[in-house]
Design a protein around this ligand. Sequence first.
Ligand SMILES: [Zn+2]
Length: 137
Amino acid sequence: MTSIPYDKPLPVLDPLTKPYWDFAWARQLSVQRCQSCGDRHFPACEVCPVCLSDDQLWEVVSGRATLVSWVRFHRAYWDGYRAELPYDVCLVQLEEGPLVLSNFGCDIPDDVHMGLPMRAVFEHVAESVSLLRFVPA
Ligand SMILES: [Zn+2]
């Protein structure tokens, strides 16, 4: 149980995404893997974006990634982010293939550049909700 105050939007843990959140709570990154064609994808989809099969499982991945891009937001689209302005968003490519939008789990490093090796970390922000962040590996 956690009592961390968190006033930003929280995800809805529905049947489609609950396995992801369960793994995240255990500090493990997971993506969906199609049992028909093997495609790994993120975020969750009802059907495989490649072959449209609904036979998918969640698979724990390494958490290793490469920085593809990043941006600094100077506007708060939700009041909960106002105190953190400016805040940073990153796009990484997981070693296993999927692209993932996330945040840095640290200040943007001075040597930030495309291709920077990154690794996943998790921040418990509410009961059963642990958010994915990336830091330099
Ligand atoms: Zn497929």
